[in-house]
Structure formats: structure tokens, C-alpha cells
Design a protein. Structure first.
Length: 162
């Protein structure tokens, strides 16, 4: 028996377990309530911009992050948020800014205000998050089906050999 044949059952088990964990997680994320603006924390100070990188398959996607007054905490403004590529130009670095963030959650920036003017609104970001998650229930369901299917294939092959 070759190494490849030995690893085949292990791959079926890992695919099944991964899909049976990932599928329900996506479905739960789809149905999870988004945090209300009232529960968010306001962070104010002089803002500086940096960039973080998110890996998606073989490509990497850059998105802006904000830091305040030299704090190590980085607040994410995801690349799929409204005006993400223009946010560094819309918000003047070095000047006082107030953001609303879900600090205990994803540390996303849900609202930006500078000089009494709203740069982004909570409603815009909320709509973007809902849009971004709109297919999670479908992908989660497919992952569950794949997990169950690979589990059945594993069990059938395992007991067929005995």
C-alpha cells in the first residue's frame, strides 16, 4: 500500500470534519444579529492609516486600517466597505476623528465622523456587511452536504474493506 493510498481515508475524514464545522459556522454568521450602533464603542483621536492584507485563495487583498494616538489597536475598514479605496483621502490623517467600532468583535469601523461631518454612516456599513454575507447560508448548506457526503463515502469504503 502506497503512502497516497494510506492518506486517502485521512483526507476524507478531514474534508468531512472541515465542512461540518465550516458549514454551520457560515449559517450561524448569516443569521447572527449585527451589533447596534448603541452598543459600539466610540474611539477618538488623531488617526493614522496603514494597510493590512487578507489572503483569499491565491491572491492577497489590501484594506485600510486606522490607528489612534500611537495605540497598537488597529481598526479595520474592509475593502468591501463603501468607499474603501478613497477612505484615506476622505479622512484627514493627523486631525481628530471619531469612529464607532465593535471592539470586542471584528474591530471594524462602523461609522466615521470628522469635524462634525459623517464620512461614513452606520447604515452604509451595515448594508455592506449584510450584502457581503448574503450567500453565507447557501455556501454553508453546500459545505454541510459535502461534509455528510464525504463522511458517507468514508464509512462505506471503510466497512466495505472489512
Amino acid at each position: 500500500m502506497t503512502w497516497r493510498e494510506t492518506m486517502k481515508p485521512f483526507r476524507f475524514i478531514m474534508i468531512s470534519i472541515g465542512c461540518l464545522i465550516g458549514g454551520p459556522s457560515l449559517i450561524a454568521r448569516y443569521f447572527a444579529a449585527l451589533p447596534p450602533l448603541e452598543s459600539m464603542e466610540m474611539v477618538s483621536g488623531q488617526v493614522r492609516f496603514a494597510t493590512d492584507c487578507r489572503r483569499s485563495g491565491r491572491r492577497s487583498i489590501d484594506y485600510p486600517v486606522m490607528t489612534f494616538n500611537g495605540s497598537p489597536t488597529r481598526y479595520k475598514y474592509m475593502e468591501w466597505f463603501p468607499r474603501a479605496h478613497d477612505i484615506a483621502a476622505l479622512v484627514r490623517p493627523g486631525e481628530p476623528v471619531t469612529i464607532w467600532t465593535d471592539r470586542d468583535g471584528d474591530q471594524w469601523v462602523w461609522r466615521i465622523e470628522q469635524g462634525g461631518v459623517q464620512i461614513t454612516t452606520y447604515e452604509e456599513i451595515r448594508a455592506a456587511v449584510k450584502e457581503h454575507r448574503r450567500f453565507d447560508w447557501m455556501v454553508g448548506s453546500v459545505l454541510i452536504l459535502i461534509g455528510v457526503g464525504t463522511g458517507i463515502v468514508f464509512v462505506r469504503r471503510h466497512f466495505k474493506q472489512r
